[in-house]
Ligand binder design. Structure first.
Ligand code: GAP
Length: 476
């Protein structure tokens, strides 16, 4: 059975309710602080979520660092000198337009509400301009919760999250911010990388780091959180030598998503129409989530803005000097910035199917084997037969030593185990039976020391010798 003909209409299958329920039920994602009623916009990754997330991040590192020349990894501290956020523009300009329902106090993000009625509120608009736009459309907007149309005037609300790190006065007057974006750690270490690694331009710096935003309306599960991870690369190029590299980086990033198994028809490019004043070009990769296309990664041509700002605010010379011809300049930056949890969610939505396999309806995650939480699950045909259990444990340990992420399951009957593994995306189920051990009557001596491998997507089964199991799985 091919993937195409096992699939029931995508729209009717991967709903957010089903994805959220699967994530909770099978240990991918738990609501943060759940036993205390949760904390809006914060989620925890469970055992299977941890594995899937780790595999996505490893694949990203492989693609942006190990498969490339001249890229350097860093892992910067989360907290930064507060001046960093002034230089970056976050203390002044990092805000969303907020209004509140006067009846039930529900807060709304005005640009998103306007977008839902096809009115564009540019992020560069002043508070006054967005209030005019909001007033013009008030009659079409009502509160999601209580239906009222009575909203407060729009206020621009700064998204930076404050902390009192190192402040023992409890006045809160000198906040140290949590990172509003992870990439500032890269700009701050640009000079360190140049001085210690002596890279030749063009070169890149890559990092995965946490970001915190006081999102007015966290929504769509992992999509808009208040605490999340960003995987960023900043590529430093000679001024005006940006176009070719920018094109290659965009192609590279799109191809990485398809290498994760995401179907290209579920992704699209969106070019920014209203560029911020310093940007030369900006594109987003969008994924077709159950609610429609939405951003998973931004790939932005930022000219020399970031280093110029940090040079001005820190008074430290951030020019690059070409050791060949002594040419001196501030490099331009090509940025890629991806929300790791958004990609996690896109991967789950893309892999989620409900299909009919052999007359039985099942839920299956058709994850690419390279990122599946478990690469295989080993089980004895019967759990009360010691010789089957012993061999199954030996095979399990052999595979575990080789691959690490292997499951062992002897609960219920084999059919139920297959369904459980299908639902979490395990590509191969390996069953040890009497033919494997050669014990009991009616065994086929030719099949001694072979196991059954059952393929997740098709349900097809084949016999493979235990000696060849590792290379068989590696080969897939
Ligand atoms: N340094 C550039 C930057 O931070 P951004 O568009 O604000 O740009 C980059 O964020 C990526 O981070 C987005 O494409 C998205 O995938 C992810 N992201 C942004 N806000 C998020 C949120 N509240 N929750 C989860 N992911 C988010």
């Amino acid at each position: 059975m091919s993937q195409e003909n096992t699939k029931i209409d995508k729209e009717s299958t991967a709903t957010m309710e089903k994805i959220i329920s699967l994530c909770k039920r099978r240990g991918f994602i738990y609501p943060g602080s759940e036993i205390y009623g949760g904390l809006a916009g914060v989620y925890d990754f469970g055992p299977l979520g941890f594995e899937l997330l780790k595999n996505i991040k490893n694949s990203w590192w492989n693609s942006v660092l190990y498969q490339k020349e001249n890229y350097f990894p860093i892992d910067s501290g989360m907290f930064k000198n507060p001046i960093v956020w002034e230089a970056s523009g976050h203390t002044q300009g990092f805000s969303d337009p907020l209004s509140e329902c006067r009846v039930c106090n529900t807060r709304i993000r005005v640009d998103k509400i306007l977008e839902s009625i096809h009115v564009t509120a540019d992020e560069k608009m002043s508070e006054e301009e967005i209030n005019i736009l909001f007033d013009q459309n008030r009659d079409k907007i009502k509160c999601d919760k209580c239906g009222s149309k009575d909203f407060t005037p729009v206020k621009k609300f700064n998204l930076l999250v404050k902390s009192n790190l190192g402040d023992f006065t409890s006045s809160g007057s000198d906040p140290v911010y949590l990172p509003g974006e992870a990439c500032q750690g890269i700009y701050l270490n640009y000079k360190n990388i140049v001085d210690t690694m002596h890279p030749k331009i063009p070169f890149g710096i890559a990092q995965i780091g946490k970001a915190f935003r006081n999102e007015i309306a966290p929504r769509n599960f992992l999509f808009r959180q208040r605490e999340f991870e960003q995987a960023d690369t900043q590529f430093f190029v000679k001024p005006n030598e940006n176009k070719q590299a920018y094109k290659e980086i965009r192609d590279d990033r799109f191809n990485w998503y398809t290498s994760l198994g995401i179907k290209p028809e579920n992704m699209r490019w969106k070019q920014h129409e209203n560029l911020v004043f310093y940007a030369s070009d900006a594109w987003d990769i969008e994924y077709n989530f159950p609610w429609g296309f939405d951003e998973i990664e931004g790939i932005h041509d930022r000219t020399n803005y970031d280093l110029t700002q940090h040079m001005e605010f820190s008074k430290v010379d951030l020019h690059y000097i070409d050791s060949g011809n002594n040419e001196k300049y501030i490099p331009w930056i090509l940025e890629t910035s991806m929300g790791v949890a958004r990609v996690f969610l896109a991967v789950l939505c893309d892999a989620y199917y409900e299909d009919d396999l052999g007359g039985e309806l099942r839920t299956v995650l058709k994850l690419d084997p390279s990122i599946a939480p478990y690469i295989a699950c080993v089980s004895p045909l019967l759990k009360n037969k010691q010789e089957l259990k012993d061999t199954a444990r030996d095979v399990f340990m052999m595979l575990k030593k080789e691959f690490g992420n292997v499951a062992y399951d002897d609960n219920g009957n084999v059919g139920k185990r297959y369904r459980r593994q299908d639902e979490i995306g395990t590509p191969y189920c390996i069953v040890i039976d009497f033919d494997t051990t050669g014990s009991g009557t009616d065994v086929n001596p030719d099949l001694k020391n072979t196991v059954t491998i059952r393929h997740r997507d098709t349900g097809a089964q084949e016999r493979v010798s235990i000696d060849e199991l590792i290379s068989f799985i590696r080969g897939k």
